[in-house]
Design a protein around this ligand. Structure first.
Ligand code: RIB
Ligand code: CA
Length: 313
């Protein structure tokens, strides 16, 4: 077996973040150096608590969880209890976490880790607003060239917005942070709504998790049952898009996804389109490509991978 890929998961759990964390912990190809929490779906105290809960559910009370930024760089925090519930992990009853947060701030952990590990060997996996990542890049510009890749969930082109008519939630919450990351020159892979809206938790897929007869399988089934009501109502879809696990699935089986290396620029001026990822999908401008922007996913292959791995926990 080759050396596991070193990753840091930056997250705002959120039921879909939780599934992404379980997928990462279930996959020996990945070494999770740390989990960093950020304010997003719910405020920071809850996203931090939820990250601890999910690590323990994965049997990883040895994992290190670092609390990060509690508000966007400039804008007021916007949360998404209407999607994820008051706790951010509504659905099943969850035990209080026993493990504690690390003392170090998430941003310092990201900077120290990128400086300590050999250049080009650590991948950052943001699953929420980009506040922690942008703060680290701004505070320590030297680390940008040391990042192997940033593979993030955020943005959209054909699917446009899910929190406003123009913007996807993670980018909308902190557009200034997104602007810093997208303009940094870091190797960037963008898993946006264009693909996550193809990865829907249909009934047979949810039943497959429940049929595992394991606690993680039951949790995933109950989280998706809770989480999907919002998307089914809004889009009339057959289930909920499992956004964040697409990031981890890309690390494990990149060929499940197709995309284009194009320019993606973040709207930060107009309130009307604030946080929009203006993706030059048709290459109609001379703006330099800065992101591998995904447009297609093998949804069945994605769920086969996800079910196989969650079934191992
Ligand atoms: O727009 C979807 C994204 O916003 C997902 O990461 C979800 O967890 C929320 O953070
Ligand atoms: Ca998230």
């Amino acid at each position: 077996m080759t050396t596991p890929r070193k990753i840091i998961i930056d997250t705002d759990p959120g039921q879909d973040d939780a599934v992404a964390l379980l997928l990462a912990f279930a996959s020996p190809e990945l070494e999770v150096l740390g989990v960093t929490s950020v304010a997003g779906n719910v405020p920071l105290p809850l996203t931090s608590r939820n990250a601890l809960i999910v690590c323990e559910l994965a049997g990883r009370s040895d994992a290190k969880v670092y609390a990060g930024c509690d508000a966007p760089l400039e804008r007021k925090l916007v949360t998404a209890e209407h999607v994820h519930g008051k706790t951010g992990l509504d659905g099943p009853q969850l035990p209080d976490p026993k493990m504690a947060l690390q003392d170090q701030h998430a941003v310092d952990f990201i900077i120290d880790t990128l400086r300590a590990e050999p250049a080009g060997t650590v991948t950052l996996c943001p699953l929420g607003p980009l506040t922690n990542i942008a703060t680290a890049f701004r505070r320590a510009p030297d680390i940008v060239d040391r990042v192997q890749e940033v593979v993030l969930m955020g943005g959209a082109y054909f699917q446009v917005g899910n929190i406003t008519p123009a913007a996807e939630f993670n980018i909308y919450v902190d557009p200034q942070a997104a602007e810093i990351v997208f303009a940094s020159g870091v190797p960037l892979v963008v898993m946006g709504l264009d693909i996550t809206h193809q990865a829907l938790t249909t009934r047979p897929r949810v039943d497959a998790f429940r049929a595992m007869g394991t606690e993680p399988g039951r949790m995933v089934a109950e989280w998706t049952n809770f989480f999907e009501r919002f998307d089914k109502e809004k889009y009339g879809s057959e289930g909920a898009p499992l956004h964040d696990p697409c990031v981890i699935a890309y690390l494990l089986e990149p060929d499940l996804f197709t995309g284009r290396h194009i320019n993606v620029t973040i709207e930060t001026q107009s309130e009307l389109t604030m946080g929009m990822t203006v993706a030059d999908w048709w290459r109609v401008t001379d703006r330099a490509p800065n992101a591998m922007f995904m447009g297609g996913v093998d949804a069945d292959g994605f769920f086969t991978l996800l079910t196989d791995r969650i079934g191992r926990l």
